[in-house]
Design a protein around this ligand. Structure first.
Ligand code: AMP
Length: 287
């Protein structure tokens, strides 16, 4: 496994791996590090589908708002490298902020409409930061496949839209959300949770299971508004939970929905704060 820091190094490493082997497939997993089993599952999917696996670890300042957790985002390079090696990664791209942004960027990739709601609404500028850094990373690594977790379902929708609109020659592979045994979606941010918050954070996954049950038991006839109200009410039973959003939308277009019978797929998407820690989770329900 090679660890590379500069844009030139990663480009040359991938180019050399492809040299004279036109059928070589490069799989790419972009992350912000502090790796857990959810990241490992993306690497495993990449390993299965590709000859060369590239992992990037970069906490991207462009996607954090001024009052968000950029400076305290958890980092552990040594542990990340050990996990990457274990997962069979070929190249780890670990750029500095200066490597990625040697000058203030005057070019921003901005995806409209699918960013209007959920995290796009509650974190202004977040998806501009994501779309811009992912475009840069795609141009640096030039992968055949890129693997993204459905835990960030809006991110998957945004990246897929961007790749389609801009004809970026990368196949986006969505991967399922990995959970702790008790249901909490794995996240680098879970380390922030105090013990009582960690207990109450289970309300996200239990609210999603409730939503799935209500849709199933009503045979898809429940009104979206009623579904949303039931999910909110369930979360509100946890005294430490502060709801940022709990929405029911179409997926992947992320548009409002009233009659579930009129659509083929919905997302129930949650963002809930426990103290300073903001957790997200979602479920996609096929109708
Ligand atoms: P992050 O490091 O949080 O930016 O995440 C990097 C990638 O890992 C993104 O595509 C996430 O959606 C994905 N990811 C994060 N948590 C999970 C999880 N629990 N299960 C599967 N994928 C995940």
């Amino acid at each position: 496994m090679k660890v590379l820091h500069s844009v030139n190094e990663i480009r040359q490493a991938v180019r050399a791996a492809r040299a004279g082997r036109p059928t070589v497939k490069v799989g790419f997993v972009p992350t912000m590090g502090y790796l857990h089993k959810g990241h490992a599952s993306l690497l495993e999917a990449a390993r299965k589908k590709s000859d060369i696996v590239v992992l990037s670890i970069f906490v991207n300042p462009l996607q954090f708002g001024p009052n968000e957790d950029f400076s305290r985002y958890p980092r552990d390079e040594q542990r990340d490298l050990a996990l990457a090696k274990e997962a069979g990664v070929d190249f780890v791209f670990l750029p500095s902020v200066d490597d990625m942004y040697p000058r203030p960027t005057k070019t921003i990739v901005s995806v409209s409409e699918v960013t209007d709601r959920l995290c796009g609404a509650s974190r202004p500028g977040h998806f501009d930061g994501v779309a811009t850094v992912v475009t840069k990373l795609f141009n640096m690594v030039q992968p055949d496949f890129a693997f993204f977790g459905m835990k960030d379902a809006q991110q998957v929708a945004v990246i897929q839209q961007m790749v389609d609109d801009l004809n970026i020659p990368v196949d986006i592979i969505p991967c399922p959300t990995l959970r702790e045994e008790d249901g909490l979606a794995m996240s680098s941010r879970n380390v922030y949770l105090q013990p009582e918050e960690r207990k109450q954070a289970l309300v996200l996954s239990s609210a999603l299971r409730l939503a799935e049950r209500l849709v199933k038991e009503s045979n898809g006839t429940i009104a979206a508004e009623e579904l949303q109200a039931a999910v909110k009410q369930h979360i509100e039973q946890s005294p430490l939970a502060q709801i940022d959003y709990a929405d029911v939308l179409t997926y992947p277009s992320l548009e409002p929905v009233t009659d579930l019978k009129a659509v083929s797929s919905i997302i129930v998407a949650l963002a809930v704060k426990f103290g300073k820690t903001r957790l997200i989770d979602n479920t996609i329900i096929q109708l």
